[in-house]
Write a protein that binds this ligand. Structure first.
Ligand code: FEO
Length: 391
């Protein structure tokens, strides 16, 4: 079988694998289009492998490397990140590459020992801006803490201007070689940012400042297509990292008998009539990756939470928890909900939002289906929220 391998530059190869059928990551993130685990082989006078692959794909990686060179000749295995989707095949490869040293940050070195039992004498710790020469290829290491683990780093191949950016700049897509050939690349990249990088916006800003001094001709992330026109993803990351928002609101809601549904649909209509862009997610069927994507650039959130068993519906609690954990740049919130015989949802959601920097501009809890009076209040609330979003 001919192997799916491609050349990024002279003596630089993609030897990763495509996981077409994976549908969930971290038991949390839906992957509608699978993902890829990108590993790269660099052959100078010395030979280095940048990252490995998810457990289960070790043999695929080995076979691909062997098409180009022998594992026994590898000098370095660069571990940009210790998470198992990239580092899981390290023990397998190191066993077959007896002279290879594992290159990692000092935090990465500790993780490699804990997770993968790599002996200390086979680890080379690198510091910020340290370089390793492979003869005619030079690898420069740039620490990128909390993007998205504490040990993460980027590797920059100086002569070819390629930044191996680990999870940063990635997308969960199994298909696609170059990002400029993928029509909905930015949609998937935004979704990925929302799920993985958004909680670490200040660290992302710092990393973007650090790499601004480099001559970057290609960005080769650990998931998804490679950016040979890096400005596209760099511009998007600059916007997302500073938390640039649109005149947009996200509605995340659940409804048991239609009352909360009527409430959120009324505020949706009011907001749209006021010219506000809207994304509605019914939590019964929502893909939380899509919700994360919409939170990246929304100025407001409307949480629709009916009362059940004396508190907010568990799906609304989950969405509120996720909203806080993802730390989006959302400025305003509205809470809507109905109850049968006793409320409680509104109080619980307000309590959950208490320690999050979002201004709750309105909250309404009603008994049963909304009356004409209730609808009037929702319209007023919608108009007020629209004015806040536009301000
Ligand atoms: Fe793709 Fe954080 O691993």
């Amino acid at each position: 079988m001919e192997r799916d391998i491609f050349r990024l530059a002279e003596n630089v190869y993609w030897v990763g694998v495509r996981d077409w059928n994976r549908r969930l990551f971290d038991a949390l993130i839906p992957l509608p289009k699978g993902t890829s685990y990108n590993a790269y082989l660099i052959l100078g006078g010395g030979k280095a492998l940048i990252d490995t692959v998810n457990p289960g794909f070790e043999k695929d990686l080995e076979e691909k490397i062997r098409v180009i060179t022998s594992l026994e000749e590898l000098d370095y295995i660069i571990m940009n990140h210790a998470e198992p989707d990239h580092a899981g095949a390290i023990p397998y490869i190191m066993e077959r590459a007896p002279k290879a040293k594992l290159v990692a940050t000092s935090r990465g070195a500790k993780m490699a020992q804990v997770y993968y039992h790599v002996p200390q004498e086979r680890i080379k710790v690198v510091r910020e801006n340290e370089a390793i020469s492979l003869g005619d290829k030079t690898l420069l290491f740039i620490e990128a803490p909390m993007l998205h683990w504490p040990e993460t780093m980027f590797t920059y191949l100086k002569e070819d201007g390629i930044l191996f950016s680990c999870d940063f700049f990635g997308a969960h897509l199994a298909g696609g070689v170059y990002s400029d050939e993928v029509e909905d690349l930015l949609v998937h990249a935004q979704r990925y940012w929302g799920e993985i990088m958004m909680p670490f916006r200040s660290m992302a800003q710092r990393a973007l400042e650090k790499i601004a001094r480099l001559d970057i001709r290609v960005i080769a992330p650990s998931h998804g297509p490679i950016h040979r026109k890096p400005e596209l993803i760099l511009d998007a990351y600059k916007r997302w990292a500073v938390g640039e928002t649109r005149q947009k609101a996200v509605i995340a809601y659940v409804s048991m008998w239609g009352s909360t549904d009527t409430m959120v649909k009324q505020i949706a209509e009011t907001l749209m009539a006021e010219g506000i862009e809207l994304a509605i997610h019914n939590l019964n069927v929502a893909d939380i990756g899509d919700l994360a994507k919409d939170l990246v650039d929304s100025k407001a959130i409307i949480l629709g939470a009916p009362t059940v068993l004396g508190g907010a519906h568990p799906l609304a609690v989950y969405a509120t928890y996720l909203f806080k954990a993802l730390r989006p740049p959302t400025e305003f919130a509205v809470i809507l909900g109905s109850y049968g015989w006793g409320g409680g949802a509104l109080r619980q959601i307000q309590e959950l939002l208490k320690d999050f920097e979002v201004e709750v501009v309105g909250a309404l809890e009603i008994n049963g289906p909304p009356t004409k009076e209730d609808i009037k209040k929702i319209v007023e609330l919608g108009k007020f929220l629209a004015s806040k979003i536009k301000s």
